[in-house]
Design a protein around this ligand. Structure first.
Ligand SMILES: [Mg+2]
Length: 159
C-alpha cells in the first residue's frame, strides 16, 4: 500500500537518529505545521528547535511545507539556518526533488518526516525516499473534529 509509512511513531523524539545516521541517509525533510510546530503558530517549541539544530550538524535538513503564505514562511526561516521552503504542493514530490538536486543528494539518501499520510508520506513515497509518520505535535489539544478527520485519514494507511 503506497500510503503506508516505513515507520510510524508518536513523536519526533521517538526516532532513533543515531541509527538513521549509521544508514545511507544523509537528508531529513520535515513537514512544518503540526510536525515541528503547532499549526500556524509560527513558533518552534524550544526542544524541537534544539533537536533540529543539532540534527543539522550531522544531516542536511530542510522544512518543506505546503503553506503558501510567504511572510509566514519567511518568519519561520528567520528562526534558523536550515532552509524552510513553502508552497511545496505535496503530495507532489517536485519541490523535494529540486531541493535534493540542489544539495546533490538522492531520494535513497533521504527520509521524509510528517504528520499527514495523504500529503507528507505520499510525497515521500513518490519521491522514492524513506518515510516516517509522526502524530501531530498538538494531538492532545486538538478539537474533536480535527481528531476525527485525522483518524479517518489514518484509516487509509492500515494494511
Ligand atoms: Mg503537517
Amino acid at each position: 500500500m503506497i500510503l503506508k509509512p516505513d515507520y510510524n511513531v508518536v513523536s519526533l523524539f521517538d526516532i532513533d537518529y543515531n541509527e538513521i545516521g549509521q544508514s545511507e541517509i544523509k537528508a531529513i525533510l520535515f513537514d512544518l505545521d503540526s510536525t515541528v510546530m503547532p499549526s500556524k503558530s509560527g513558533k518552534y517549541p524550544e526542544h524541537v528547535l534544539s533537536l533540529l539544530e543539532s540534527l543539522s550538524k550531522s544531516f542536511t535538513i530542510a522544512i518543506i511545507s505546503n503553506n503558501k503564505n510567504k511572510e509566514y514562511i519567511a518568519k519561520v526561516q528567520s528562526m534558523s539556518d536550515f532552509p524552510v521552503i513553502g508552497h511545496a504542493n505535496k503530495p507532489s514530490p517536485k519541490v523535494m526533488r529540486e531541493f535534493l538536486e540542489l544539495v546533490e543528494l538522492t531520494p535513497q539518501q533521504t527520509v521524509v518526516i510528517g504528520d499527514r499520510p495523504l500529503t507528507d508520506i505520499l510525497a515521500g513515497k513518490l519521491l522514492g525516499a524513506k518515510t516516517i509518520l509522526v502524530d501531530s505535535i498538538t494531538k492532545d489539544t486538538e478539537n474533536k473534529l480535527t481528531r476525527f478527520v485525522r483518524k479517518l485519514e489514518r484509516l487509509t494507511i492500515r494494511k
